[in-house]
Design a protein around this ligand. Sequence first.
Ligand code: ARG
Length: 395
Amino acid sequence: MKVALAFSGGLDTSVCLRILQEEYDADVITVAGNVGQDPEKLERIKEKAEDLGAIKHYGVDLTKEFIEDYIHSSIKANGNYEGYPLSTALARYPIASKLVEIAKKENCKAAAHGCTGKGNDQFRFDTTISTQGPELEIIAPVREKNLAREWEIKYAEENNIPVPVDVNEPFSIDENIWGRSIEGGELESPENEPPEQIYDITKSPSEAPNESKILEIKFENGIPIALNDEKINGYPLIEKLNEIAGEYGVGRIDIIEDRALGLKSRENYEAPAAEVITKAHKALEQLVLTRDELKFKESVDNLWSDLVYRGLWFDPLREDLDAFIEKTQERVTGTVKIKLEPGTARVVSRKSPYSLHEPELVSFEDYGFDQKESTGAIKFQALQGKIYRKRRKDR
Ligand code: ARG
């Protein structure tokens, strides 16, 4: 039988490839999606797939759709789950969708992935496969066979599978243009401080430049479209912000996260661009949306992030929420200034043609706002409390 395997060239998926050939008697077609990594890495993945006997390999550049269909939606929704900017979560959907597309095109019987049975990625892969290609069988060898890392390393050595050079570093790393996720090794104990070696795209704040830097980000309908007066968007903008904010040690995240299965897990992330863009986007929303819109949208954003995290991108509710979010973004146009200082990014200025802020009304100076008018409003504000106190003599 023919099987399409989502293949990253790492230990898990390399072992899966061989197990599919040996134990499932499969002809394996490997699929690697680029979501903003180094192009040289894609070339190495291809070579590895061929060395391991894949009958065909697809290296697909998914960067454009990852940014336009997923990251941009997440920016509008202030995508964040318990402090995590959803970088890995978002990328799984375009990768799994492409896997399904290729599996169908190649007449595969099954789609396979290397996710464990403990994490969240299995939710994202399985739901994408079962909604986009319900006729496909799903094979997840690591999950089905309860494989553990140590067993995989031994299996790789015995089966002539080149073990990745970083295998001695006990961390499990996933990276894309929206952020890096680092798990495992000594990080598994929530008590251990993350060692400096886990970071790749951020400097330590203690080594950041002393002089601060201002970033001016222009948004149109909720999407960043310019940086410091230069028209730049999509991949080059996110790449540039990762670089500049990374220099300041911005975007290091260390949290305890509640996985889809309920397991609490210690997670570390680096996401400088995501941190800067989300902060700026929220600041602009504060300026242009009403109090009630903001409050309601915060609950919508949380629910949206929850769905994306838990593998429910293809749920109709996600689309419903997106329709609301999209409508709110009609006014999220304007410019935000962010000040970078070692380890922090702080909003220091915002302006928009749709601003609901009326300087004259709120000013401490007298600009014709009749203060006496508010007395009546306050009287009624406390009305029910007053009656309550009157009835309950004991309070
Ligand atoms: N906790 C994050 C998530 O569920 C990151 C997972 C990272 N995956 C990995 N293989 N290191 O999206």
